[in-house]
Write a protein that binds this ligand. Structure first.
Ligand code: UD1
Ligand code: UDP
Length: 369
């Protein structure tokens, strides 16, 4: 019996959502029973577009919602209003969202009001602290309450959802689609595209978490500057997030150190190339905590806690917070102590085998069959 066609609306708002939903969109497009529609809220503009270009995905609808330094309340309100029109016009059978951004929370709420079932990709990540990360913990808790399918990346995330009373039959452990994306990128020729000093060990940095804005972020920058000044044999490459709260401070505190290279956000493929080249990664990013272990690169995480405890438990990722002395001490240790370094550079990945998208597609197909 042939299956009736289902219209699946895949929503992407920011860079990480596009990276992690792209493999799912590409897998769905191969299914004869699916009509795939792609909605870009464009909560990010340039950072989103470069990912969609890389994966050759053209949005069917683009809300172009980004405004410079937009307040979270304004972003949410504008998105919610726009989603009314989108859902009325599109009438999807299923909506897929990924992760924990304002796009995810708002689209899940709009779908709830329109009684359209939502599949949540990367479901069940929790720190159990609504302030950390802010506002992401609240976003994913709310999306989790509203979703029909919970595509959990790990057993730990499945347990978190069970603890919140989500029935086991609604949770599917898939692995994280970030590894699917990484495998798609890894088969291509990857170049960083930035003139780096091959004689120096590369320390790759990213930082953008809202809970670090202000004093904590200044402390992070001071630690990075001191690290660079004390170690002439390293080069720090820091693609700076365009959020003005990050960009202005990074330029002020790190702009004049000879072995620190600040650049605009790298496109996904060059960034993967930079991760592969790196000796060490220092980051508060969620996605980077998942990618780097798969590439055998140690990560020092500029946060007090993480919703991704698996790699920390394996000893390949370490939380160092935003205290300058602590960051410096831990980074210096990895630069000086080969045993400590090798213990973290093991190339083990707790986040999946690159087949998460296939499992998500299969779960939806089984549901509709
Ligand atoms: C958002 C997500 C965060 C995710 C991060 C990934 C929320 C609340 N936050 O954070 O969970 O980890 O994306 O990067 O959903 N900007 C540009 N060009 C771009 C993108 C952003 O100029 O291509 C600037 C704009 O001024 C924008 C600001 O950055 O207003 C902040 O963007 P926003 O989406 O609100 O939050 P992020 O801090 O990027
Ligand atoms: N990334 C990128 N260019 C950069 C920095 C990061 O393409 O300059 C990618 C990275 O490989 C990862 C994702 O962006 O897949 C992480 O996004 P981000 O750190 O912005 O968000 P988070 O994962 O913290 O939500």
């Amino acid at each position: 019996m042939t299956m009736k066609t289902k219209r699946i609306l895949c929503v992407v708002g920011t860079r990480p959502e596009a990276i992690k939903l792209a493999p799912v969109i590409l897998a769905l497009k191969k299914q004869p029973w699916v009509e795939v529609r792609v909605l870009a809220t464009a909560q990010h503009r340039h950072m989103l577009d470069q990912v969609l270009n890389f994966f050759n995905i053209e949005p069917d609808i683009d809300l172009d919602i980004m405004r410079p330094n937009q307040a979270l309340t304004t972003l949410t309100a504008r998105l919610l209003l726009d989603m009314d029109n989108v859902l009325l016009a599109e009438k999807p059978d299923v909506v897929l969202v990924q992760g924990d951004t304002t796009t995810v929370m708002t689209v899940a709420l709009a779908c709830f009001y329109h009684r359209i079932p939502v599949g949540h990709v990367e479901a069940g990540l929790r720190t159990w602290d609504m302030q950390n990360p802010f506002p992401e913990e609240a976003n994913r808790v709310i999306a989790g309450k509203l979703a029909r399918w919970h595509f959990a990346p790990t057993e730990g995330s499945r347990e978190n959802l069970s603890q919140e009373g989500i029935p086991g039959s609604d949770i599917i452990v898939t692995g994280n689609t970030v590894i699917d994306a990484l495998l798609i990128a890894a088969v291509k020729e990857l170049e960083v595209g930035i003139d780096l000093d091959a004689a120096k060990r590369l320390v790759l940095v990213t930082s953008h978490r809202r809970e670090n804005f202000g004093e904590p972020f200044r402390n992070i920058c001071i630690a990075l500057r001191t690290l660079a000044e004390r170690n002439a044999d390293i080069q720090i490459l820091y693609p700076v997030h365009p959020n003005p709260n990050v960009k202005d401070v990074a330029n002020e505190l790190l702009g004049n150190t000879s072995n620190i290279v600040l650049c605009a956000p790298l496109d996904y493929a060059p960034f993967v190339a930079a991760m592969k080249k790196a000796y060490l990664i220092i980051s508060d990013s969620g996605g980077v905590q998942e990618e780097a272990p798969a590439l055998g690169k140690p990560v020092l995480v500029l946060r007090q806690e993480t919703e991704r405890p698996e790699a920390v438990e394996m000893g390949v990722v370490k939380l160092v917070g935003s205290d300058s002395d602590r960051i410096l001490k831990e980074a210096q240790r990895l630069l000086d102590d080969e045993v400590a370094y090798l213990a973290m550079a093991r190339g083990v990945s707790p986040y999946g085998d690159g087949r998460a998208s296939e499992r998500i597609v299969n779960a939806l197909r089984e549901h509709f069959a």
